[in-house]
Structures are given as structure tokens and as C-alpha cells.
Design a protein. Structure first.
Length: 133
């Protein structure tokens, strides 16, 4: 039996609930950050945490007395979404159109290549309509 550190209402909580149902949850408030989760690990309040691969090099650079495990395949892939106020459908449509248009530019590919090289396997590109599944 072990205790998993999660953030209230965050994907970390959803992953632990669905994939580690026997784990006890040590829940931090929604506005907590990765540093708060690491502090909970270091102080023994929890035994493990789930974090995106992209932050692992920064965490590992601090040489904390923690064991880092990486998976061959991600537990989950979540996209980042724009959040707008209720009733702001025009703004949401504008943002979605701008993002879709930007993703078809060479600038997007250049930015992604830079971070894919820096964080191999941490980023998953969305499929663009003309690329198929």
C-alpha cells in the first residue's frame, strides 16, 4: 500500500483514481505546484507522484534524494486548452482558429523541433487534418 500525491481536480488525481485505485491519495489544493508535490515527497507525506516528462530534467537537475522512474509510454496524453469566460464563444472561436492556423506554419514546426530535441518523448503533436491518423 502506498500514498500518491495528487492535486485536487487535476489530471494527477484522475490518473491515480483510474490507474492506481488501491493507492491512498495525499491531496494538495488545486493551486499547488510541482514544488509542493516534491516537498510532500521529501517530507514523507506521500510515496510517489506523477509528473509530465517535460519537467523531469528540471527536477532531476536539483539532485534531490528521490528516485525517478520513467515509463516507455505515457500514462495519459492531455492537450492544453484555452479557457474563456461563459458566453465568450466568439473569442473561443477566434482562439481556436488562430491556433489551428499557427499549427500549419513553418514557425510551429521550428518551435516544436527545438523542444522535441530538448525533451525527447515528452511532447506529442496533434494530428493535423491532412496528415491522417
Amino acid at each position: 500500500e502506498f500514498k500518491a500525491c495528487v492535486l485536487d481536480g487535476d489530471v494527477t488525481q484522475a490518473v491515480v483514481q483510474s490507474d492506481l485505485p488501491k493507492a491512498t491519495q495525499y491531496s494538495l489544493p488545486m493551486l499547488s505546484n510541482w514544488g509542493d508535490m516534491i516537498a510532500a515527497l521529501q517530507t514523507g507525506k506521500c510515496d510517489m507522484m506523477i509528473a509530465p516528462a517535460i519537467i523531469m530534467p528540471n527536477i532531476a537537475a536539483h539532485k534531490l534524494p528521490l528516485r525517478y522512474e520513467t515509463l516507455d509510454k505515457p500514462l495519459r496524453v492531455f492537450g492544453v486548452v484555452p479557457v474563456v469566460g461563459k458566453g465568450q464563444k466568439d473569442l473561443l472561436n477566434y482562439l481556436n482558429s488562430a491556433i489551428t492556423e499557427f499549427m500549419s506554419t513553418p514557425a510551429y514546426d521550428a518551435i516544436m523541433r527545438k523542444y522535441e530535441a530538448q525533451y525527447p518523448g515528452a511532447l506529442v503533436r496533434p494530428t493535423r487534418g491532412w496528415e491522417g491518423q
